[in-house]
Design a protein around this ligand. Structure first.
Ligand code: C5P
Length: 297
């Protein structure tokens, strides 16, 4: 049976504000998501019933604990089908955290099986399944600029044009999301400060003023990350970055620039300090849909 190949894009959080704690123990967020051109690819081959998964990255589990495998199981159940799939993940996003790689892979499996099996569910029909897999999975049903509310899984797509040049700094990993949220609480919890995301969307504040409320907790969890953050900010300031911020709960960061030359200068400085960087750009919601499947050969 024929194999089809799909892009599984990385996200960044342009801003992330923690508003409070929800009755279910999760934190209530307001976050501004954007999709970047950095992506994994996933090859999907229909099978008679078995679900298998493998990847070219040693840090990606090759069994049923992988979120993408769980997504395939959930789709079998949702569709009431016995047919299975063989999944092969070509990992480029990395596994250092903050770029939503695992969540994106899971959402890619949901979207691709919706397509391959001709179910016609779309984001609305897939949303509950996505929510059951993780707080970041629903965003990847939509892609492009979007607001995330609630646990970050109540998604409001936005008409926002983003044309900055992006320099991603994939993190070294080792920063657990649950620990970062716990530390955030120990540090005093939500500040109650007015939302900068709201002001940015009303055009009364610039992109560079957006904050990630989890950065302090993440850098306290990891002294190595704290040092990397300092260097990233210095390189960004020197090259005139529009914004420098952590993504998600870390450990990845990003810098945004108006032009490619400034980005190149910051990139060179970070590479010289042995900090790996990835150049990319933003993906609109339309491209997110149109560029989902890589032309079948
Ligand atoms: O949903 P996910 O499995 O990615 O979340 C990992 C952990 O991060 C949760 O178990 C929870 O401790 C914390 N979290 C939170 N509030 C959120 C998202 C995650 O407290 N909105």
């Amino acid at each position: 049976m024929s194999t089809r190949r799909f892009r599984s894009f990385a996200k960044i959080n342009l801003g992330l504000e923690v508003i409070g704690k929800l009755p279910n123990g999760y934190h209530e967020l307001k976050t501004l998501f954007a999709t970047t051109t950095l992506h994994d690819t996933i090859d999907i081959t229909p099978t008679r019933g078995a679900i298998s998964i493998r990847s070219d990255h040693p840090g990606v589990p090759g069994d049923e604990t992988n979120l993408a495998h769980r997504a395939a199981v959930a789709m079998q159940r949702l569709a009431g089908r016995r047919s299975g799939v063989a999944l092969v993940i070509h990992k480029r996003i990395g596994v250092g955290g903050g770029l939503g790689g695992g969540s994106s892979n899971a959402a890619t499996v949901l979207r691709a099986l919706d397509l391959i099996w001709g179910l016609g569910l779309g984001p609305k029909g897939l949303i509950e399944t996505a929510k059951s897999l993780g707080a970041d999975v629903p965003y990847f049903l939509f892609g492009g600029p979007a607001l995330g509310l609630g646990r970050g899984d109540d998604i409001r797509p936005l008409d926002l044009r983003l044309d900055q040049k992006v320099l991603l700094v994939p993190g070294p990993g080792g920063v657990s999301t649950a620990r970062v949220f716990k530390r955030f609480g120990e540090d005093g919890g939500p500040s109650g400060a007015p939302s900068r995301i709201d002001s940015f969307l009303r055009r009364s504040l610039s992109l560079g003023t957006l904050r990630n409320d989890l950065e302090r907790a993440a850098t306290e969890e990891s002294p190595a990350l704290s040092e990397i953050a300092r260097r990233i900010r210095r390189a960004g300031r020197g090259a005139g970055a529009v914004q420098a911020a952590m993504s998600g709960s870390g450990s990845s960061f990003f810098l945004l620039f108006h032009d490619a030359a400034s980005r190149a200068a910051a990139g060179a400085e970070l590479r010289d300090a042995s900090i790996p960087v990835v150049r990319c750009s933003f993906v609109s919601r339309r491209s997110y849909v149109n560029r989902f499947e890589i032309t079948r050969s």
